[in-house]
Design a protein around this ligand. Structure first.
Ligand SMILES: [Zn+2]
Length: 365
């Protein structure tokens, strides 16, 4: 304490301190009211990452599953029912990927986010499903009976998922609709530019390129059309250009995680380590996979990082193939904190594997 301060000055200081404290308390209470943030809960961390792109700082967004766990077989902690109980928005694939969700929704007792409510987002809505079986059956243990549910592996689907999130945010928080719409437009533009490169998006425009891509007509269109005397394919940039080393190549995959990625990037999973989605391989099946990979010179195995690494490595060892093990979801590995980093991780890991193979072959020739 400064002893040179006269008593009345001390009093003035004390009063002004009290005033400042009161102002702080008022500000705090005020911001508490103003910052009643929207609560968004998603099943998978990739949906959380996409939702965050749309909400910005207007919501608290949490995922139930971790990024490095198998989304089919999540064991949710009881605390998640409480989180879903408070949620304004709940995002789930909407197919049969997260069979662990109905139990959480039952326990959460939150009418605002049950199926059919404005706060319930089915991420798959509007996505052209691949691998839809002719008959719905879990015979043999298949865990994909409505079609392939790993929709987020195609960046075009990420745009559709974002649009679904936006449509429901508009309903549950109309006051902030304009901000959500602006964020969604920005996300779409960034995804298209990362996927196709700036030049092609500038030439065709976002709407046209999205429509072509969504209908899987992009490559036919780009091969037929030219711009300033050069075929449009020569303007392809972004992830698709980066994926050229693995385009039209065949790979082995652990699980049917990659159907949408395959279709977008034109890389075929020619064989699967699992005999059926969700069923671990028997020694006999594993041997059949190894034989086929050798016979057909399939050079790469792609697996999500929650599958048995030792099994993947064993197949790689016995076939001479390269193992590419990647996170399937955001937060599934260090440095994979948003959707762009996730697709970067897939594309660069696969491209690096094929570039290394091609270099080895050149070296031998
Ligand atoms: Zn699956």
């Amino acid at each position: 304490m400064d002893n040179s301060v006269k008593p009345y000055e001390r009093r003035v200081r004390a009063i002004s301190c009290a005033a400042v404290s009161l102002a702080l308390i008022v500000a705090h209470v005020g911001s508490g009211l103003a910052q009643q943030k929207l609560k968004v809960v998603t099943t998978l961390p990739t949906y959380a990452a996409i939702a965050r792109e749309i909400t910005g700082d207007l919501a608290e967004v949490d995922a139930i599953a971790r990024g490095d766990e198998d989304p089919h077989f999540v064991n949710p902690r009881p605390s998640f029912a409480a989180r879903v109980g408070e949620a304004d928005l709940f995002v789930v694939t909407g197919l049969d990927l997260e069979l662990w969700v109905p139990a959480i929704l039952d326990r959460a007792r939150n009418r605002r986010v049950i199926e059919g409510a404005p706060g319930h987002v089915a991420a798959y809505s509007g996505i052209k499903l691949l691998e839809v079986p002719e008959n719905v059956s879990r015979a043999g243990g298949d865990v994909h009976v409505f079609g392939n549910p790993h929709i987020h592996t195609d960046p075009i689907n990420a745009i559709i998922i974002a649009r679904n999130v936006l449509a429901h945010l508009r309903q549950v928080d109309p006051a902030n609709a304009a901000r959500y719409e602006q964020n969604a437009r920005s996300f779409e533009d960034r995804v298209l530019r990362r996927l196709f490169g700036d030049r092609l998006v500038d030439i065709l425009g976002g709407d046209v390129i999205f429509r072509l891509a969504r209908n899987y007509q992009f490559w036919d269109f780009a091969s037929d059309q030219s711009f300033e005397g050069r075929p449009l394919t020569e303007y392809v940039g972004g992830w698709l250009a980066q994926g050229a080393p693995f385009r039209d190549r065949r790979i082995a995959c652990y699980h049917k995680n990659w159907a949408y990625f395959s279709a977008r990037f034109r890389v075929e999973c020619a064989i699967f380590i699992e005999p059926q989605p969700g069923i671990p391989p028997s020694p006999g099946h594993l041997q059949a996979v190894i034989d086929l990979m050798r016979d057909e010179s399939i050079p790469v195995i792609l697996a999500a990082n929650y599958y048995s690494r030792s099994q993947v490595d064993r197949v790689a060892e016995r076939t001479g193939a390269r193992a590419v093990v990647v996170p399937e979801h955001v937060a599934g590995a260090e440095g994979v904190d948003d959707y762009f980093q996730l697709v970067d991780a897939w594309v660069s890991a696969l491209a690096d594997a094929f570039l290394a193979l091609d270099r080895r072959r050149e070296h031998r020739e």
